[in-house]
Design a protein around this ligand. Sequence first.
Ligand code: ZN
Ligand code: ZN
Length: 136
Amino acid sequence: MPINYQLEKENETNEQSYVCDICSEAITNPLCPFCLAVEIEAWLSLYPVLKKDLRPRLKKYLSRINSRITNYGTECIKCKNNRAFVCTYCFTEYVFNELQNINAGKLVLKEFFKFFNFDLGHAGYTKEAEELGVAE
Ligand SMILES: [Zn+2]
Ligand SMILES: [Zn+2]
């Protein structure tokens, strides 16, 4: 009896799907914005000027979501903290917009897509991607 109960509990947990705090779609690739930001910064080492401009913007975004974090986020595949409650798409979209705001060149934007496009099919991205010639 206790074993069955345990199994039931596990099934319940597995079925629970977490949705993105911003777009309300299921989070299928739970990598938290904090880990993603680390990777983005690593990539930006190639572009020190952009890095300098983008860094405070990333910080601002992260501290804003940090203040809203409760324990309902799903576990990040990398840092194992329960804070992957914004999907990678919504976060990379934010970064993509910020890169445009700081006048990152087309080549840089293309590269960003190449490295960080986790879901090109997600609504909204495709148009910009087409313009850059990176969408198939
Ligand atoms: Zn989202
Ligand atoms: Zn993480």
